[in-house]
Design a protein around this ligand. Structure first.
Ligand code: FES
Ligand SMILES: [Fe+2]
Length: 448
């Protein structure tokens, strides 16, 4: 049934140079319900990072699609993912976003579970006149059918019928390595996570993270503040900001950045930055080059906006942000965001990172409100079916090449497609990867 309708929603004719998306996929409630079932509740979803539950009995809660989920570390140090729903009558068991609990007591009738999800007590059990059949049934929390961790990034699925996590992440895992390898101790979320909602579809956030085209149009106040600061800075500081690594020369001359697309809908857009005091990682620049080689170190300093489809984004641009996208309805989305940082960085570097973070991100920053207002403006425009096709998927079509390039080779990474760009190309073909995966999953496929 949906397969028939797919042609009305996404027009993907590479031979004719046509890729268009219908406004309907952003505001149709039936499509939203199917997205929950086939994308969010049938495949790998990012849950959180392992250091959110670092110690024994630590836990955090999240959602997979519409389903509440509890991630908890048991007394032996093993991490588990459970549906956060009581086997008694279905109530959510854990009620808060994070904490430490040896025992989780359901607020409705006090059934009790340990940090490994085992039922430890049923209130007034002896007096309950339970049958033998009841006693033979498990009363434990239901584990997620698929649950796994890659370099501290924790994923789960409500269906066991998924590719392995390694296959799901594929070559894009090398971009998670660039985050994880910034410290020998791994990454952490800086205290002070923020949750906010916007009145528009979740895929607007998905796209915007990969959208270099909007930056100078939508964020003039941020750009003006940066220009002002640069004018005020003394010469030595300005020079160090523009000091560039000479690792990539020759054929990469004139390249300002580009994009990579991967199987399963993961994408990266990136910009060349250089080894600069403007980044808090600067204090580790030499150390990281010694440990991981110059190419990988230089990549850590590049601007990188990574999406692991469908709900994880790590933006390392003005600062470093981890975002979890939670669709609430076709026209409403919840964002959970944190500053993500390498463990063990100096107090000065952490201070710099947090100041840059406050500048740019969150409802109180200079950029996020510009973006969310734009999403809400788009959502209003989606009400029109007069001309349903959107034309925002065409930039870069003649620049998009199969496979990788000199920059991805430096990481030993083989993307499906790549684009190299100057400052103004602002590739839009990387969204094709989102919508090809979207279409495949909506048509009922999970495994490649
Ligand atoms: S619903 Fe949890 S104890 Fe009744
Ligand atoms: Fe933006």
């Amino acid at each position: 049934m949906f397969q028939g309708r797919l042609a009305e929603l996404i027009e993907d004719r590479p031979d004719d140079g046509v890729f268009r998306v219908s406004r309907a996929i952003f505001d149709d409630p039936d499509i939203f319900t199917l997205e929950m079932r086939r994308i969010f509740e049938a495949g790998w979803i990012f849950l959180g990072i392992a250091s959110q539950a670092a110690a024994a009995h630590d836990f955090f809660t999240t959602t997979v699609g519409r389903v509440p989920v509890l991630v908890t570390r048991d007394g032996t140090g093993q991490l588990h993912g459970f549906v956060n729903s009581c086997p008694h009558k279905g109530s959510r068991v854990a009620q808060v976003m994070q904490g430490n609990a040896r025992l989780h007591v359901c607020p409705y009738h006090s059934w009790t579970f340990d940090s490994a999800g085992q039922n430890k007590a049923i209130k007034w059990k002896k007096a309950g006149c339970y049958s033998e059949g009841f006693d033979q049934t498990s009363h434990n929390l239901a584990p997620l059918p698929a649950f796994g961790e890659y370099r501290g990034f924790v994923f789960g699925s409500l269906s066991a019928d998924v590719p392995s996590l390694t296959d799901h992440l594929g070559e894009a895992a090398k971009l998670l390595d660039l985050v994880a390898d910034q410290s020998d101790e791994g990454m952490e979320l800086v205290p002070g996570g923020v949750t906010f909602t916007y009145d528009a579809n979740w895929k607007l956030q998905l796209e915007n993270c990969s959208d270099a085209y909007h930056f100078t149009s939508a964020h003039p106040s941020y750009i003006r503040v940066l220009e002002q600061r640069q004018k005020q800075a003394d010469d030595s500081v300005v020079k160090s900001v523009f000091e560039n690594s000479d690792y990539w020369t020759g054929e990469s001359e004139g390249v300002a950045g580009g994009s990579y697309s991967f199987a399963h809908g993961h994408v990266l857009n990136w910009g060349r930055f250089g080894i600069s005091e403007a980044l808090p990682l600067y204090e580790r620049a030499d150390q990281l080059a010694q440990k991981h080689g110059r190419a990988k170190r230089d990549w850590m300093f590049n601007m990188r906006n990574l999406t692991i489809f469908p709900n994880l984004q790590i933006a390392e641009n003005a600062s470093s942000q981890l975002r979890v996208i939670r669709p609430l309805s076709a026209g409403k989305t919840e964002m959970r965001t944190w500053c993500i940082a390498p463990k063990g960085e100096s107090a000065e570097a952490r201070r710099q990172r947090i100041r840059q973070y406050e500048d740019f991100f969150n409802p109180s920053g200079m950029a996020t409100p510009d973006d969310t207002v734009s999403y809400e403006n788009c959502q209003r425009g989606f009400a029109s079916g007069v001309e349903p096709w959107l034309q925002g998927y065409a930039r870069g079509q003649t620049a998009s090449k199969p496979g990788g390039n000199i920059f991805s080779k430096a990481l030993g990474m083989e993307p499906e497609r790549s684009v190299l760009s100057d400052a103004q190309l602002c590739d839009e073909t990387l969204y094709h990867s989102y919508y090809r995966e979207w279409a495949r999953r909506m048509a009922g496929a999970v495994k490649a």
